[in-house]
Design a binder for this molecule. Structure first.
Ligand SMILES: [Zn+2]
Length: 156
């Protein structure tokens, strides 16, 4: 058998298999739907039967400790259901309340740092060949007689 024949056979096998799987899935889904429907009908009839049995039990027409036990469980569940429904209504009725804005504590460092040392204030140093006014600290040439800043006499 040639390569192309082999390929063609494999493709047609694949098509058959895909078709088979698709039909199988379709049938499975349909049967599962019918089973679900029958289960729902069965549940409805069981409920009808149960309600009727409880009516008869309450009326005293049936004496059965088993039915009495089931009835007490049903009544307890009905109480739980009522409470849950009230809880739901309470939660649904809650309104969101905006929390107050946080106090403005911006730029507050988490760790307290020691205060910065005060800036070193050096006494004014005279420039080379100059002098400093004893009144205001202005630097001026050593030949100046009066301080050009404050007018103090600084020379002869
Ligand atoms: Zn001066």
């Amino acid at each position: 058998m040639g390569f192309l024949d082999e390929l063609s056979r494999k493709i047609s096998e694949g098509v058959d298999r895909a078709k088979f799987e698709a039909e199988k899935f379709q049938r499975t889904t349909a049967i599962q739907g019918e089973i679900s429907d029958l289960r729902r009908q069965l549940d409805v009839k069981r409920l009808e039967f149960g309600d009727r049995a409880l009516e008869l039990y309450r009326a005293g027409a049936i004496q059965s400790p088993t039915l009495g036990g089931i009835l007490r469980e049903i009544e307890a569940l009905q109480v739980s259901l009522t409470l849950k429904e009230e809880e739901l209504r309470a939660v649904q009725g809650q309104v969101h309340v905006e929390p107050p804005p946080p106090p403005r504590t911006q730029n507050v460092p988490l760790t307290i740092e020691p205060p910065a040392p005060p800036p070193v204030t050096r006494p004014p140093q005279p420039v080379a060949g100059g002098k400093v006014c004893p009144g205001c600290g202005f630097q001026m040439p050593s030949t100046a007689v009066f301080c050009p800043n404050c007018g103090l006499r600084v020379g002869n």
